[in-house]
Structure formats: structure tokens, C-alpha cells
Design a protein around this ligand. Structure first.
Ligand code: ZN
Length: 354
């Protein structure tokens, strides 16, 4: 595709079409998007999100929450990213009315896209949150008719900062007497640039140039290690330059044009914090960061399954478990349900292979 004119290959509609084409040809099932990666370098890139993370077997390594649910024979519902947010809400309500499930994972990515487009202070954000509130109320109303207890958790997987400064990092690196492809490789994300070096001269040149850029800094190994992102094989980059909150690297391999909001800054930055709220009186003390939600989901799903199999035993399958007082007053099977709403998909990431 290197011979196609850049005017065509950089067009968003063309790249979307090509993303879909490549996804089907290579059997990618994830949210694969080529973003703005030059076709000249695409054969060097290994895309991490090749499968759907919302399905069992969706991770390249390790088990996801859906693998665990299937292994433990827990009946669940999960959103289909190909559907709209409202269609996914309706699909979940149907499964609730059929009393088919112990656990649900509802996925609403719209807020993320809107925040990227309009920033975090637009009145459109309040309107979107109000709409989510209405939908959650509809959901809970449906749940109430069919389940005695619902543990609801609403969470995001990151925050969102407004972009105030645009940094053309690529032109600073392109001006150095080293060449992409033969001396080094680079991936320009929106908030960080990641480099791999093929010789020491390139490493010194680029590290020095980056040290002069005041809008960001090279993250030292001890800090990478503290954030659990220091990989011994440096698969995701030998050098990682991270910008300050509010700075957007543009143009980048994620986009040619500036946008209003971005995430992916240092986890300690003010707008990096994610949200978790619940209708439970308390959230377990060991749930303090996004990775902890994995454990929370599995334990809640297991608890719901156990609770529901108790009540099913009561309604004719053999009384083995204790019956709760509320179920005695109800002619419906007692089931509890965990409803989880996730408001963001992670951006597809690339890593560089030599
Ligand atoms: Zn996003």
C-alpha cells in the first residue's frame, strides 16, 4: 500500500474501510483500527488488540473475566460492541426479563468518544451523564421486577484531561541525522512516544533531543517498574517519552488533527483518576485501582451464582441451601445480579517488532 497517495491513505474514511478490510482478512475480532500508522511501517507493527476483549479467549495472554465466567459455568450477559449503546441496554433488559443471568457486563463507550471530541467542560457531557442516569434507572426498574437483590457497579477505566498544548514531536525527531526504519523505530501515541534503537548513535541523538523538550520527559526504569510497565524484553519500547497532562502529541500515529480531550497521561496526574460507584454500602477495601475490578467482578459473579442456585434448589430442585426470608414471600425464583457498566474501551495499541 506504500504506492497509494498519502492524500488518500491519510483520509479517515479510507482508513476505516481498510481497518475493516484488514480485520476480516486477518481474522481480527477486536476494535482494530489502523489509526494513523504510516503504511510504510505497518508491516513492522504487531497489533495487541487482535481479538475481542469482551469475549472468552479475548486476550493474547492470560484469561479475561469471560473465560472465568465460562469456566465456572456462570450465566452472564455481555454487550456487543457492534451494537449501539441503547441496543446493548435493550439486549440486557431482555436477558433480565428472561431471568437468564447471574452477572452482566454492560459496555457504553459513547462518553469516551464525546469527551475526546468536546473536552470535559462542555454542557454536552452533563447531558450525556443525565442520559446514562435515565438508562441506569430503566435498567434497575427492570431488574427489580425479576431479581430480589442487585449489586450495581458503574465504573470507567480512566479519566479525561483537556488538551491545551499541541506538540509536534515527530518533526523534532525527523530533523535529527538518523533515519526511521534503519537507525530507530518509533510509535507516536497521543500522550507518549516510544522508541526502539538499532544503533547507539541513534539512541544518544534521540535521548538528547527529547531531553530538550520541556512538555514531557523520558520515564526512568524505576518509575516504569513502580507502574508495572517495565518489561524485560522492552517489547513496548526501549525508551518511553511521556508528555505532561494537557499536552497532545499531534500529528501522531493516532491522528493527524488536534482533539479536545485525551487520556493516557501519568497515572498520578489529576485527570487520570477513573470512577467507581456502587449501590452497595461499602466497596471492598482492597479495590483501589482498575486491575482490582477483575477480582471484584469474579467474586461478585460467583456469589450471585451461589445465591441463585440456593433459591433454585428451593423451587423444586432439592433443598440443599438456606432460604432467604424475602424469597419466602416471593413466588419468583430468587436471583441476585451484578450489573457492571463500563464506559470506555481501551485504544488499540501498537508495538514495534524488529
Ligand atoms: Zn478514549
Amino acid at each position: 500500500m506504500q504506492w497509494l497517495p498519502a492524500a488518500l491513505t491519510s483520509r479517515r474514511t479510507f482508513r476505516r474501510f481498510l481497518s475493516r478490510f484488514i480485520r476480516s482478512r486477518l481474522s481480527f475480532r477486536g476494535y482494530f483500527d489502523l489509526y494513523n500508522i504510516p503504511f510504510l511501517y505497518i508491516n513492522h507493527s504487531a497489533f495487541t488488540e487482535k481479538k475481542s476483549p469482551l469475549r472468552p479467549g479475548g486476550l493474547n495472554q492470560g484469561l479475561n473475566v469471560f473465560d472465568h465466567l465460562e469456566r465456572d459455568h456462570i450465566q452472564y450477559h455481555v454487550s456487543d460492541p457492534a451494537r449501539t449503546e441503547e441496543q446493548n441496554l435493550e439486549a440486557l433488559v431482555q436477558d433480565i426479563c428472561a431471568e437468564r443471568i447471574d452477572f452482566a457486563f454492560l459496555y457504553w463507550p459513547g462518553l469516551d468518544g464525546l469527551l475526546h471530541r468536546v473536552g470535559n467542560q462542555s454542557p454536552e457531557i452533563s447531558a450525556k451523564l443525565r442520559l446514562y442516569e435515565d438508562w441506569i434507572e430503566q435498567l434497575l426498574a427492570a431488574v427489580k421486577q425479576h431479581y430480589d437483590q442487585t449489586n450495581l457497579y458503574v465504573f470507567s477505566d480512566h479519566g479525561m484531561a483537556n488538551c491545551e498544548t499541541f506538540l509536534d514531536l515527530r518533526s523534532k525527531i525527523d530533523a535529527l541525522p538518523v533515519r526511521m526504519g534503519s537507525d530507530y523505530a518509533a510509535v507516536y501515541d497521543s500522550t507518549m512516544a516510544r522508541f526502539w534503537f538499532f544503533n547507539d548513535f541513534a539512541r544518544r541523538q534521540i535521548a538528547h533531543a527529547l531531553s530538550q523538550v520541556t512538555q514531557g520527559r523520558i520515564i526512568p526504569d524505576n518509575e516504569l517498574e513502580a507502574m508495572h510497565v517495565l518489561f524485560p524484553d522492552r517489547y513496548f519500547g526501549e525508551l518511553i517519552f511521556l508528555v505532561q497532562e494537557g499536552v497532545l502529541i499531534v500529528p501522531s500515529h493516532m491522528g493527524e488533527r488536534p482533539i479536545r480531550g485525551m487520556h493516557g497521561y501519568h497515572p498520578g496526574d489529576k485527570h487520570s483518576y477513573a470512577l467507581l460507584c456502587s449501590n452497595r454500602p461499602e466497596i471492598p477495601e482492597d479495590v483501589v485501582a482498575i486491575p482490582d475490578l477483575f477480582r471484584l467482578m469474579i467474586s461478585e459473579a460467583m456469589a450471585a451464582k451461589n445465591e441463585n442456585s440456593c433459591s433454585l434448589d428451593y423451587s423444586g430442585l432439592g433443598t440443599k441451601f438456606r432460604q432467604s426470608p424475602k424469597a419466602l414471600a416471593s413466588d419468583k425464583p430468587l436471583r441476585s445480579q451484578t450489573v457492571l457498566s463500563r464506559s470506555e474501551k481501551s485504544l488499540g495499541q501498537t508495538s514495534y517488532c524488529r
